[in-house]
Design a protein. Structure first.
Length: 240
């Protein structure tokens, strides 16, 4: 009996240690994913800033110089028709220059770091509402404190992906976004009034909500999704 009891104790200890080892591996894996994401975000940010600076300092400068040369040609030339053609080309250059300056500013300006989570979502909503084909309902007057760059970046990407998925796949007209927080967690609710989909076939229908689930897990958060013929409803919760 003592021998059998010893075996039982050994098995229990083995199972306990195996469980602890598995939990430690899962924790290490999660930390690795977090560090990898932080590195990717940092590299992406620096790359965008570099591209923006190159557009401003190199391409923008050359377009400005081209515009000056064309103005000089018009000044020295006496052919009205030729001057008209040159002015048309110059207008195109100036318009392109204006667009490049806007692009350069958007790339070099750290929008995520400088704006609150509320404002970042509001900017996304404004872009879609300007199309006047869809309506996004979102209350930007709320106060929700999110200071982490990583959290803001991931939540913004989730909102963007949900919006794009809804517009592309669901044939919806309305999208609802609600961001709120308690003393212990942050909650993001996303929904649309589209045709919905079969949750079991996420991979085959290309909606890509699995990406959202992966992102929220990086923040130690949880997600729940419900979809039927009246729309899709996604709730995300992140511990503060």
């Amino acid at each position: 009996m003592a021998f059998i009891g010893g075996i039982i104790i050994f098995v229990r200890e083995y199972q306990k240690k195996k469980k602890q080892h598995t939990e430690e591996l899962e924790t290490m894996n999660l930390l690795h994913k977090k560090e990898l994401l932080e590195t990717q975000v940092e590299i992406q940010t620096q790359t965008m800033k570099y591209i923006g600076k190159e557009i401003h300092d190199n391409v923008g400068q050359k377009l400005t110089l081209s515009s000056i040369y064309l103005q000089q040609i018009v000044f020295e030339n006496n052919s009205p028709q030729l001057n008209k053609n040159i002015n048309n080309v110059n207008n195109i250059i100036n318009e392109s220059l204006s667009q490049l300056r806007y692009l350069s500013k958007s790339l070099t300006c750290d929008t995520i770091e400088e704006n609150s989570m509320i404002n970042l979502i509001d900017l996304e909503c404004q872009k879609i509402n300007q199309l006047k084909k869809y309506n996004i309902n979102y209350d930007s007057s709320l106060t929700v404190n999110v200071n982490s760059y990583q959290t803001k970046s991931i939540l913004l990407r989730i909102v963007q992906e949900f919006i794009q998925n809804s517009l592309k796949h669901s044939n919806c007209k309305n999208i609802n976004i609600n961001l709120s927080n308690t003393s212990t967690e942050l909650e993001l609710q996303l929904s649309d009034d589209g045709q919905g989909f079969d949750i079991k076939n996420l991979k085959s229908n290309g909606i890509g909500l699995n990406n959202i689930d992966k992102r929220i897990k990086i923040l130690n958060g949880s997600s729940s999704i419900f979809s039927n013929k009246t729309g899709t409803f996604l709730t995300l919760k992140i511990p503060i």
